[in-house]
Design a protein around this ligand. Structure first.
Ligand code: X5A
Ligand code: ZN
Length: 692
């Protein structure tokens, strides 16, 4: 007999909807746009390559009838989308689109919009009837931003809202009286919220980046105080993230402590998921990092309700690989196939703040929320918030234009120290925690190496893994000055390397250091080295050159340095990120051993400059020792001397910096009170146009 193959009659019946005609909604002149046809093609191809479609029931897409649109949209809006792709609109179409917020329109838009909405109706009806357990609707354009009289945010018709109304109003015989809409797209589902704001038959739940009203669609609609009105009061639930970088653990925490308890109480007859995948890791718009396995867990936790009646509807999601893998993981969960993977357990402290606020707001409507969250949860799973860091220079108190100390606010990532890599240092078992500093820590006088070995004797057990002291715990006890000379001179930009995140002009967020504590001090210095700009393009800043410091000293030159007192552990994380080697296929790499340990630090201090072989492909692979300050070594990273030669020969391009990069750098010099804006611009231009 064959090994147990799943009995088809026991296997859940999962529907899939996909139709190539929804790919004909494109930008009119072929300009690139994140909401592109390739999104649904990529998902479909991925599912096909994994043999998903043959394990599912394939449904036909169909166009929505106008009468079903009318429960959600105005006649005006319906007419517009109905006619927008016709010849008569050829001359006006682009103008109309340009007057809308984040919308493009072409000859394929109307049909795609009708198919997307109609397909979600088809999917919902099949699930409501019980013909299928669940359906994945791979549709576009997305819908959750579309309001009654307005297309916006890449959305034309509100597909999910239309289907919900269809079930409630058009098919009472199906017995769907209560619908839970779970909107996990990274953006707030403003359209859907408005449509059911006073309606208790639909419980609308949205978890989204809010950034205190700064994140799209911006404003207050996504705030947690928006709880519904009249009979709908308590049936609108917003979980607004304070910042990006949210991950599986943050979402799971919200599920466990907000959504799931409420869903149990509400007991929906069906669940519609506004499943955008733009909170996925590597999404260009979302800046969050939910993994495919994370999404599958969120979905799995919903399957205990409504007898598993789930319709998963694509909304946003703009990284083709991420969305394809995420939908695949969800499909496997709906098919009740193994979902393998592990998630990181770290949550932001802000996550607990948001969860508590939401629970407080809603506990009058949902008594299950009216209990204190277990304190040990908050304590064991979160660390004190290093946010709201006030920093100052030791030369003069750095103040911003308003004359108050600057506050940085995107920094409270909480880490569980579970994934500690090993170091080469073995603990002498007979001598409790004493370090056998094999080849390290030999020279007593300098670099606090001796102090480090002394402190290392005091490490607590969680810093020891399998009898080894982790390199992190050792190097976390050594402080250095990291000397920045480029965009990192602007503190908020540098903090991206510590806390994660990005500032204006950066295309992607940084992952940050494992230890997210802020620099202990910031001071400025001028050194006799030449600042130069080289290369023509970076992933972070786009076209333009970036700053390097000639490793060679030359007394006729001077370069400004903004120096941050950080740990050698953090310096290693900065070094890795600066050389773009911190991730591979979107996975943050853990360093098994440090790039720059105490031994190498001694070497650099003696020889002033060291190109690190392990970083030979990075642009900032040379570590420079620039002397000492307060008895701590001053280190920076720049290109190799041979790269400078290649800049001179023209073998490597030497371009002027991009606008955003330039602004960032200038901001650093100005806010650090080193130069006026004019002087700073002149300084950068001088360096950028200098003939090597
Ligand atoms: C559906 C969706 C995002 C719109 C962003 C506009 N829309 N900047 O993800
Ligand atoms: Zn979105």
């Amino acid at each position: 007999m064959m090994a147990a193959s799943p009995d088809d009659s026991l296997r859940p019946r999962v529907g899939l909807i996909y139709d190539e005609r929804m790919c004909r909604h494109t930008t009119p002149d072929g300009e690139a746009h994140p909401e592109c046809p390739e999104r649904i093609r990529a998902i479909w191809k991925k599912l096909e390559s994994e043999g998903i479609p043959r394990r599912c029931v394939l449904l036909n897409a169909r166009k929505v009838e106008d009468k079903y649109l009318a429960s959600v949209h105005t006649q005006n809006h319906i007419e517009l989308i109905k006619n927008i792709s016709s010849k008569e609109f050829d001359s006006r179409r682009q103008k109309i689109a340009s007057e809308l917020d984040s919308i493009y329109l072409n000859v394929g838009s109307s049909e795609a919009a009708y198919l997307a909405a109609g397909s979600v109706i088809e999917a919902s009806e099949k699930v409501a009837k019980g013909d299928l357990n669940s359906v994945i609707a791979i549709v576009r354009p997305p819908g959750h931003h579309a309001e009654s009289n307005e297309a916006m945010g890449f959305c034309l018709f509100n597909n999910v809202a239309i289907a919900a109304n269809y079930l409630l109003n058009e098919k009472p015989e199906l017995g769907i009286k209560k619908i839970l809409i779970v909107d996990w797209d990274v953006h707030h589902g403003n359209g859907t919220q408005k449509m059911f704001y006073k309606d208790p038959r639909v419980l609308f739940f949205s978890v989204h980046r809010f950034d205190f009203g700064d994140f799209y669609p911006s404003g207050d609609d996504g705030a947690y105080c928006m709880i519904g009105e009249g009979p709908g009061a308590g049936y609108n639930i917003n979980v607004p993230w304070e910042h990006g970088q949210c991950s599986d653990a943050d979402y799971i925490a919200v599920w466990d402590h907000v959504l799931i308890p409420i869903a149990k109480e509400y007991n929906p007859d069906i669940i519609l998921v506004s499943a955008g995948f733009d909170a996925a890791i590597d999404d260009p718009l979302g800046g969050c990092c939910v993994t495919p396995h994370g999404y599958s867990l969120l979905l799995q936790k919903l399957m205990q309700f409504a007898q598993g009646k789930i319709v998963m509807v694509l909304e946003g999601g703009y990284n083709l690989k991420s969305i394809a893998n995420s939908v695949l993981a969800c499909a496997k969960v709906l098919l009740q196939e193994e979902s393998v993977g592990s998630i990181q357990t770290a949550t932001f402290k802000s996550t607990w703040r948001v969860i508590e606020a939401v629970r407080h707001e809603l506990k009058g409507y949902w008594p299950v929320l009216d209990v204190e969250l277990p304190q040990n949860l908050l304590i064991t799973n979160s660390r004190p918030c290093p946010a709201e860091v006030t920093y100052s220079s030791s030369e003069s108190d750095v103040e911003n234009d308003e004359g108050t100390a600057r506050t940085i606010n995107f920094s409270d990532f909480v880490e569980d120290d579970v994934l500690l890599p090993l170091s080469k240092l073995k603990i002498d078992e007979g001598n409790h925690g004493k370090v056998i500093a094999s080849d390290q820590v030999q020279e007593e006088e300098s670099l606090s190496a001796s102090e480090a070995s002394h402190d290392a004797e005091l490490v607590t057990s969680n810093e020891i893994v399998d009898g080894y002291i982790t390199w992190r715990s050792l190097l976390s006890k050594v402080e250095v000055w990291y000397a920045s000379f480029g965009s990192n001179m602007w503190m908020p930009r540098f903090l991206c390397y510590i806390e994660g995140g990005k500032v204006e002009g950066m295309s992607a967020p940084c992952c940050g250091s494992l230890d997210k504590s802020s620099p202990k001090d910031v001071i400025w210095k001028i050194v006799p080295h030449r600042l130069l700009f080289g290369r023509s393009h970076t992933r972070t800043w786009g076209a333009g050159g970036v700053a390097f410091l000639d490793p060679e000293r030359s007394t006729s030159d001077k370069a400004y340095l903004c120096m941050y007192r950080i740990t050698l552990e953090q310096f290693n994380d900065v070094l890795l990120q600066e050389n773009s080697l911190h991730q591979e296929n979107g996975i943050i790499k853990q360093m098994a051993s440090p790039l720059l340990d105490l031994h190498i630090l001694e070497y650099v201090a003696k020889n002033k400059s060291l190109p690190l072989k392990t970083l030979k492909d990075g642009w900032y692979s040379t570590v420079l020792y620039l002397g000492k300050e307060d008895d701590l070594p001053i280190l920076t990273m720049t290109c190799s001397a041979s790269d400078v030669e290649r800049f001179k020969s023209g073998e490597l391009p030497a371009s002027v910096p991009a606008k955003d990069y330039m602004n960032t750098l200038v901001n650093g010099l100005v806010e650090g009170k080193q130069l006026t804006r004019e002087e700073a611009v002149a300084y950068v231009n001088g360096a950028a146009t200098w003939k090597l």
